[in-house]
Design a protein around this ligand. Structure first.
Ligand code: BTN
Length: 328
């Protein structure tokens, strides 16, 4: 077992105990010296775990840190690969940017970057993503899919479906998906996905899936410009939601959908997306770079583009833009 794995196992053991556990017992369980046990305990303390020690009594876990740690996120994680390598940061310019750099240096599929805050969180279409510390989820995942570049939008749709399902399982609220991948509750924005790719000619080197979800952000904590249009799970439910539980569920869901996607079962993914987005058959208005297209949404095609039936001009295939549903 490598050093970090032992630390995680020691944490799991302490978590299960409601009494002191002696250094001697632990050193027997893990087959390492008592001074090695002490080193693992020290590293957990540095991460913010409150572990008290009693001479001749041993160690006892009193409190876990309120910030996200790799140990918390990996303990009970039910994925096969996603999140098994995890980078938890207190502050970063953008988790997408950090993950992009990691991937350029060989970061592997399933590696995850999570931060407590972002100083330059990026939204779609060059917008800023508000990223206050300690309350929300800012997560980026490295993928290395073997697909043609025109299929990348499907990865964003997949992430949106996975997020919506994870949120429903953890909170019972099912958010709506607004094309391409906004997560909404009562028409207010709860989260979004920013997918960025590194490509050469027709080959994808890697894709970074960046997920931002407003979890425990309190009322009135947003700049007035977006205060009316954004929400958080706490604002909707009136209680705090465990970010750890939500991230773990999210990674499980993304991994499951990604496998389906790799097995060419994207038809199921498209069907599920259409079900959750409820956009099919609705009147929509899509704007992109000063152009506006109005018509009836027919659904999404095999590459994840939105199909809109314009009254006079036939069916338009839309790959990027902002959508307004109904009311025009
Ligand atoms: C959108 O505009 O709806 C997409 C928002 C995506 C925000 C997330 S937060 C984690 C990751 N890092 C970023 O800089 N952006 C994405």
């Amino acid at each position: 077992m490598i050093m970090v794995e032992v630390t995680g196992k020691i944490l799991d053991l302490l978590r299960d105990q409601d009494r002191y556990l002696s250094g001697a017992t632990m050193s027997k369980i893990f087959g390492i010296s008592r001074s090695a046990i002490w080193k693992h305990i020290s590293s957990l303390r540095r991460e913010g775990y409150d572990i008290v020690a009693k001479p001749a009594g041993g160690y006892r876990l009193i409190a876990i840190p309120s910030h996200l740690t790799t140990w918390e996120l990996q303990s009970g994680l039910e994925t096969d690969v996603f999140g098994h390598t995890m980078h938890t940061l207190y502050e970063v310019s953008s988790t997408n940017q950090f993950a992009f750099q990691l991937a350029l240096r060989g970061g592997e599929e399933g590696e995850v970057v999570v931060a407590e805050s972002q100083t330059r969180g990026k939204g779609r279409m060059g917008r800023r993503w508000e990223s206050p510390p300690g309350v929300n989820i800012y997560l980026s995942l490295i993928l290395r899919p073997q697909i043609p570049p025109n299929r990348i939008p499907l990865i964003s749709l997949m992430a949106a479906v996975a997020c919506a399902e994870a949120i429903e399982e953890v909170t019972t609220i099912m958010p709506a998906i607004k094309w391409p991948n906004d997560l909404l509750i009562k028409r207010k924005k709860l989260g979004g996905i920013l997918t960025e790719a590194d490509m050469e000619m027709d080959v994808i080197n890697f894709v970074i899936v960046g997920i931002g979800i407003n979890v425990n952000m309190p009322n009135n904590s947003l700049p007035s410009s977006i205060d009316d249009t954004a929400t958080s799970l706490k604002m909707e439910l009136g209680r705090e939601i465990s970010r750890v539980a939500l991230i773990q569920k999210l990674l499980s869901k993304v991994e499951v959908w990604y496998k389906w996607f790799e097995e060419n079962k994207e038809m199921d993914l498209r069907r599920r997306w259409e079900e959750l987005s409820q956009v099919r058959g609705r009147k929509v208005e899509v704007s992109f770079m000063g152009k506006v297209i109005r018509g009836e949404a027919l659904g999404i095609d095999e590459d994840g583009a939105l199909l809109v039936q314009e009254a006079k001009e036939g069916v338009k295939r839309i790959v990027a833009g902002d959508i307004r549903v109904g009311g025009w």
